[in-house]
Write a protein that binds this ligand. Structure first.
Ligand SMILES: O=C(O)CCC(=O)C(=O)O
Length: 243
């Protein structure tokens, strides 16, 4: 499958693009079942809510299963899906590289106990020569505002944002009037199982708490353009997969 020129323009303009019903429901169910098994058994490596919030209470609530690429061939098959490659090549150029150091996760928001993912750009922790970087988000169930749906600020990947607009953790401050004006332009898509959202690593995004009764479970992996090299000696200078 290839994107239409209108879809490429939409991605380049907004910094995100929805591909509805890209993955068939049976495959999503198999991925979700396996993810749930790893969540139930707390198969490491895991990022907990407590680590994310920098609270050290002794409790560990799973926020994401890390290093999904190393967990199971079923996960790998989705990350190397031949149907997705032509699309990634339209957006990033030939032979993009799958990043094992960034995202490469099953992201979850468990009911009631999960936290807000505050406004941020993924690139805050990434170190590459330029910003030809993106992520692929697959919904393994319905995602809506009450269970912590992703929200985006259109065009934010191209904005010249100043360091003062970010806090000490490189989060986008929501207490500044100028930032709030941008946040007011936020958009979301109510996602269904099998929907894919592609988004640029500089697109500002956010996800609320899950106040529903069921876990939100999504699969996210990231890529760089072939000619966008990681900076030596940084966390991004790590194993990758050639697609
Ligand atoms: O919490 C979520 O569901 C969104 C996760 C996210 O934005 C991230 O990990 O960069």
């Amino acid at each position: 499958m290839q994107l239409t020129q209108a879809q490429v323009t939409e991605f380049n303009t907004n910094g995100f693009l929805l591909l509805q019903q890209f993955v068939d429901p049976q495959r999503c169910d198999a991925l979700r079942e396996l993810a749930q098994q790893h969540l139930f058994e707390m198969v490491e490596p895991i990022e907990s809510e407590e680590e994310y919030l920098q609270k050290h209470s002794g409790v560990r609530t799973t926020r994401r299963l890390r290093q999904v690429y190393d967990r199971d061939p079923l996960f790998v098959a989705w990350m190397q899906d031949p149907e997705m490659l032509p699309i990634l090549e339209q957006l990033l150029g030939k032979n993009p590289r799958l990043l094992l150091a960034h995202h490469n996760s099953i992201m979850t928001k468990l009911p009631q106990v999960s936290s807000v993912t505050t406004w941020h750009q993924d690139i805050r922790y990434w170190h590459f020569e330029n910003d030809k970087l993106m992520s692929v988000w697959l919904s393994l169930g319905d995602e809506y505002l009450e269970n912590g749906l992703l929200e985006f600020i259109p065009g934010s990947h191209k904005m010249q944002l100043r360091p003062e607009q970010f806090d000490e953790n490189s989060g986008f401050r929501d207490d500044l009037k100028e930032n709030q004006e941008l946040i007011d332009t936020r958009v979301h898509f109510r996602l269904k199982k099998g929907d894919v959202v592609l988004f640029h690593a500089k697109t500002l995004h956010y996800a609320g708490k899950n106040v529903s009764n069921t876990p939100k479970i999504s699969f996210v992996y990231s890529l760089r353009a072939n000619d966008n090299l990681p900076i030596k000696g940084t966390r991004s200078d790590a194993p990758e997969i050639a697609l």
